[in-house]
Design a protein around this ligand. Structure first.
Ligand SMILES: Cc1cc2nc3c(=O)[nH]c(=O)nc-3n(C[C@H](O)[C@H](O)[C@H](O)COP(=O)(O)OP(=O)(O)OC[C@H]3O[C@@H](n4cnc5c(N)ncnc54)[C@H](O)[C@@H]3O)c2cc1C
Length: 307
């Protein structure tokens, strides 16, 4: 479904992010997670996109599998890195044929451990990909006459590559104005960063929905991984202190992390957030605890998927 219709139907939205599994064991965990979370009837789920050829195929396959064998609405991430325009067009055609409603258009992380020449990519920044998808939409190749809904990434704490926050907002505004329909943010642990970012967007005449990215902490190892993934997430001192105090008790660390994410969600909902996007790391337990505590009803009639 086009994101405009999703956002209009029953805000705020709730959604989950998955990444394509690389091994049969990891695939089994993911498919169990999808079965667990499907009954919550999220407004959409998103699937990340790596930089290597084989993981990219896994994304396309996972997106199509979710689309064809579950009731979930998958949004593929698509990135500029290591792609030329012809390849991007072929991917868009493939997704259009599968009636995928939306794309999250991203700059993309550099491929790890290999020499990479960015100048060989057809698109240097996400804005170029947004423009390309918009032009594709005009071709009429998509079954929805509006074409794909287009999402972009937002960074409440700022993006590390542009330390000047005013310049960063100028780039961000240009990306949105190029034709974005919605924003999903990077994970954050202090809601003041999100609320301030949202306010700065309004000051810059950006009025599309901003969906907040939330990742519950479930282990001390996870904290380090998150900081790496998010390019330097800011952990509030109070949260770090509580985590450190109980670091020898993994169950307590998990409890503290989930409780913090739950409080963030309550506060975001009190502040009329457009949507909450959960970075699940392909596991359902933490997200389920939060969902149940928020009182979001399970959709009782949801049928089991065959994923
Ligand atoms: C919700 C979400 C999902 C993500 N999913 C993935 C994924 O699946 N796969 C993946 O590889 N990565 C993913 N990322 C990470 C993201 O691709 C990286 O953080 C990337 O560095 C930035 O992406 P972007 O779309 O904001 O890029 P851009 O909009 O291109 O911005 C990247 C940097 O370039 C700067 N910039 C923009 N325009 C210009 C310009 N004209 N001149 C100079 N500088 C400019 C920006 O200020 C910013 O610092 C995700 C991030 C988020 C928040």
């Amino acid at each position: 479904m086009h994101i405009t219709d999703i956002m209009r139907s029953s805000p705020p939205t709730f959604s989950f992010e998955f990444f394509p599994p690389k091994t049969p064991e990891a695939a089994e965990i993911l498919y169990q997670t999808i079965r667990d979370l499907e009954s919550y009837m999220p407004h959409f789920v998103s699937v990340t996109y790596g930089a290597g050829g084989s993981t990219r195929d896994l994304t396309h396959e996972l997106v199509e599998r979710i689309q064809h064998t579950t009731k979930l609405d998958p949004i593929p991430h698509l990135t500029c890195v290591c792609h030329n325009a012809e390849e991007i067009e072929a991917i868009l055609l493939r997704y259009a044929r599968s009636a995928i409603g939306n794309i999250l258009a991203l700059g993309g992380d550099r491929p790890p451990g290999v020499a990479y020449d960015k100048s060989r990519d057809s698109f240097q920044h996400a804005i170029d990909l947004v423009k390309f998808i918009r032009r594709f939409n005009e071709s009429g190749a998509h079954p929805d006459r509006r074409g794909f809904g287009v999402g972009v990434a937002g960074f409440p704490e700022g993006h590390p590559a542009t330390p000047n926050r005013l310049v960063e907002m100028d780039y961000f505004k240009a990306k949105v104005d190029a034709g974005a329909d919605y924003i999903i943010t990077q994970l954050f642990f202090d809601n003041r960063d999100f609320l301030d970012f949202r306010e700065r967007c309004v000051l810059n005449d950006i009025h599309i929905p901003i969906i907040a990215g939330i990742m519950p902490i479930t282990s001390m190892r996870g904290v380090k991984r998150m900081a790496e993934l998010a390019g330097g997430a800011r952990f509030p001192a109070g949260l770090l202190r509580t985590l450190q105090d109980c670091q020898s008790d993994p169950e307590m660390v998990r409890h503290v992390g989930i409780q913090h994410a739950l409080e963030q969600c309550h506060d975001l909902l009190d502040n009329d957030v457009a949507g909450i996007h959960f970075y699940t790391l392909n596991r359902s337990d933490a997200t389920r605890v939060i969902f149940d505590s928020l009182g979001i009803p399970r959709h009782r009639n949801a049928q089991a998927s065959s994923v």
